[in-house]
Design a protein around this ligand. Structure first.
Ligand SMILES: [Zn+2]
Length: 245
């Protein structure tokens, strides 16, 4: 295959552009912000699930407290009723029975009050734990928003550079020899490097130093011959830097 040396030289610029595009794609796929975002999202999931358990504990304690308050109200109503009956009755037997029941109800009230105090403390503690977790949630949400903004900035930067490089690529390929371009594209699809500078006896694509017959072949090739690296098969482009002439 033959192509003017000037055309072949354009491949070096094209390769440089394509390598820059590859680096951009690699950068986009491996943004540190993406990994940070994944970590933060996992942390957030943990917080959300922990909060659900903690809110459940608050609700359980509140339900316990509600039951105790309802029990206390029932006992209190009964005591009021007994008091009233005590004032109305003249039967000694009834008085004795009512006083005995009131005594027992007073004891029950004391127990219920103590239990209420305990459960109120439990409710307060559980609310405190849930509130702390909610604060953690607010914090992680802010962190996630922050990382997202940073990632977007990086993505915008990548998009801008990609746009510029795509423009450069378009200008380069528009006028390039079609057969040469096809050979370049085919090779680049295989190894990522379609063309490389030949310098100091070395292929710039695979950095292999060529010796003996391989080097002699390249030296002997006409300037418009399209020469391949015997190692990586990329098009080796000879320029004034190649040290061949
Ligand atoms: Zn090579």
């Amino acid at each position: 295959m033959k192509a003017p040396n000037a055309e072949q030289k354009k491949l070096l610029e094209l390769q440089q552009t394509d390598s820059s595009l590859d680096r951009l794609m690699h950068r986009e796929k491996n943004l540190p912000e993406s990994a940070l975002l994944q970590e933060a999202a996992a942390e957030r999931d943990g917080i959300v699930s922990r909060l659900a358990t903690e809110v459940g504990a608050v609700e359980d304690a509140e339900a316990d407290l509600g039951r105790l308050e309802s029990d206390a109200a029932t006992v209190s109503a009964r005591m009021q009723r007994d008091d009233k009956r005590l004032q109305q009755t003249s039967s000694v037997k009834d008085v004795t029975a009512l006083e005995s029941e009131l005594e027992s109800l007073r004891g029950r009230t004391a127990v219920l009050e103590e239990q209420q105090l305990d459960v109120m403390q439990t409710v307060e503690d559980a609310r405190g734990v849930a509130d702390a977790t909610r604060a953690e949630g607010v914090e992680i949400d802010a962190r996630i928003a922050d990382i997202r903004a940073q990632r977007q900035t990086a993505l915008d930067d990548i998009a801008e550079q990609r746009g510029t490089l795509a423009g450069t690529r378009h200008v380069l390929t528009e006028k390039l020899d079609a057969e040469l371009l096809e050979a370049y594209e085919k090779q680049r699809a295989k190894t990522g490097i379609g063309a490389a500078l030949f310098r100091a006896g070395t292929c710039g694509g695979c950095t292999m130093s060529l010796t003996g017959q391989d080097l002699a072949t390249i030296r002997a090739a006409a300037l418009d011959d399209v020469v391949r690296c015997p190692e990586c098969n990329c098009i080796v482009v000879r320029t004034e830097e190649s040290g061949l002439w």
